[in-house]
Design a protein around this ligand. Structure first.
Ligand code: SF4
Length: 352
């Protein structure tokens, strides 16, 4: 009997990385890898003894990025106990370069796909970190509609792209997406938010929205987002100011365990393992599969040995907030995102 047993285990291997370098990327940037099918098979073999319900993914950044995406999809299914469906996340990079891709997505029964905009061309290319990203997205929308897959539009907003949103609204109105999806009984969806404040997006702290910025967001974006995100108010969409959150949390003595019976692990191209909690960075590292071995990695997870897990388990939130928070802060956050931001800042101080 293994010491470490889990009800289920999900393991995601970053085999090839991502064509983009988004400025909001919560996972964080790292070089692209070039792992092999044997690597994926070996990862499955390593985790297999620890659960009766294993799910293997060949990516945690851009899905289907590599040319052998169909083969990797089949292989991931063979290595898994659960027959997973394709997420709404797709490779925009591939869909405009590979005619077979959308047919394949359709054959899997995909009904909607997420596309991320930061404004029109200049802002979307800048924030996606790739020239022609905007044009690719517009082309991807048409390809998806032609194959009766509904676009799900996600808009990231900050102080820097606010002035570009009216122009984006005109573009989206011109595309008439809601009606075109209805024509094939599809369901269009629209989301707007700032994203969490970890990974690359932590660097955008200075340009997070403050309450006065909300009125600059097109009214239609706000009403559509409230409808699709099922929020009752703008406050629910964008959260509270840092000052309000500071006040709510400054006496909060709670601590937090991230240990679960159904963990998800991210493995980078250098075999470092992280829990799927926050960005891929040293404070969350559980160990290295090659150097430390699987037993040590799982022990590190279950005994909360990573720097961040250990601190969150043993340090009251009040102390973290009082050290890292700004009691006068006007920037807007969802509560969980704010806790993540100040906790990551606090934990980094303890990294040896
Ligand atoms: S947010 Fe997604 S698409 Fe953008 S860099 Fe990160 S993993 Fe790639």
């Amino acid at each position: 009997m293994n010491k470490h047993r889990f009800k289920s285990l999900t393991v995601c291997l970053d085999m090839y990385g991502c064509p983009n370098r988004c400025k909001h990327c919560w996972i964080g940037h790292s070089p692209n890898g070039n792992l092999t099918k044997e690597d994926l098979i070996n990862v499955a073999k390593l985790f297999r003894p620890y659960t009766d319900s294993l799910t293997i993914y060949d990516w945690y950044r851009e899905p289907d990025y590599h040319d052998n995406y169909k083969e990797l999809w089949d292989l991931s299914h063979q290595l898994s106990d659960i027959n997973q469906e394709h997420f709404e996340l797709i490779s925009v990079y591939r869909i405009v370069r590979d005619k077979e891709y959308v047919k394949w997505l359709s054959s899997l029964g995909l009904k909607s796909a997420q596309l991320t905009l930061f404004g029109t061309e200049e802002k979307t290319d800048l924030y996606t970190g790739r020239k022609h990203a905007y044009i690719d997205i517009l082309n991807a929308i048409e390809i998806l509609l032609d194959h009766h897959i509904s676009p799900r539009i996600q808009v990231f907003v900050n102080k820097d792209n606010l002035d570009n949103l009216t122009q984006l609204e005109k573009v989206l109105n011109g595309l008439d997406l809601e009606k075109r999806c209805q024509a094939f009984k599809g369901e269009y969806a629209f989301f707007i938010h700032q994203g969490s404040c970890d990974g690359e997006n932590e660097k955008n702290y200075a340009i997070r929205l403050t309450p006065n910025d909300i009125k600059k967001i097109p009214q239609k974006f706000l009403s559509d987002a409230m409808r699709y995100q099922r929020k009752k108010s703008v406050e629910e969409l964008f959260g509270k100011t840092e000052a309000v959150l500071y006040d709510e949390l400054k006496n909060d003595a709670s601590t937090c365990s991230f240990v679960s019976d159904n963990p998800v692990f991210y493995i980078d191209q250098n075999w470092n393992v992280y829990p799927n909690v926050a960005s891929i960075e040293p404070i969350w590292k559980l160990g290295n599969l090659k150097k430390d071995g699987i037993e040590k990695v799982l022990e590190s997870y279950q005994e909360s040995k990573s720097v961040a897990q250990n601190i969150r388990l043993n340090t009251p939130l009040s102390r973290i907030v009082q050290e890292e928070g700004n009691p006068m802060g006007e920037k807007l956050f969802e509560k969980e995102d704010y806790i993540e931001l100040i906790s990551n800042r606090y934990c980094r101080k303890f990294l040896l």
